[in-house]
Design a protein around this ligand. Sequence first.
Ligand code: PEP
Length: 265
Amino acid sequence: MRRFVIAGNWKMNKVLAQANALAQDVSAGVTALGEIDIVVCPPFVALAAVQAVLADSAVALGAQNMHWEAEGAYTGEVSPQMLRQLCSHVIIGHSERRGHFGETDEAVNRKVIAAIAHGLTPIVCVGETDAENRAGKTRDVIDRQTARALAGLPPQQAAAVILAYEPVWAIGTGRSAAPAQANATIGAVRDVIRRECGGATATATRILYGGSINPSVWPETIAQSEVDGGLVGGASLVAADFVALAEQTQEAATADSGDSAQVAG
Ligand code: PEP
């Protein structure tokens, strides 16, 4: 069994005092949830403050992006060695980075390799646009994005990567993918990992679903066999919703573990 993950992507929201308050409320709300990994990803400028808020908490901290170089003349960028002092996770290749900022599969791959090299856990987003979905290209897109993201990583390092299948048409739209559909596509992502990195890596890799998750739809999705957790945007900005999603994730993890213990990734 894979250890489930629930991660909140706060995007470009929350000024410092709001970020601290949200982190405090999330931390206080999840104290009883020891069976899953819980991650919050505030904007860069709030990382240091939220790190202090979460110091004695089981909630892990992540960034939303990074450059692949350790240091240098890259105005406005933030490096993995800077992030390593602040947090444990980093979202890479979010569709908003790919779509608004022209992030390529090659850049995603460089970032993934750099994150692993600096001891950060990358949460790598893959997913098709609405047009690609309508054109029947979902499998092609997730195949290309997954294979290229993991290119050059030895299987053991690839197993440390968390993937997130996030159909672009489901992000921030209120149109969450149907649970069976999410499950099938995540199964296809796992097949790509099996082909590229081998069976052991495919079995060990956590693959999340993201796209308009909320507490009304999440129990059915997290109960799917291939879904190992969620990457949450809008609902992660409301502590009560994010805590409810974490509770639902832990319930599913506990139900899932049954007679076999979960393995930390
Ligand atoms: C996201 O941006 O990663 C995301 C899943 O957003 P939302 O939950 O708001 O759809």
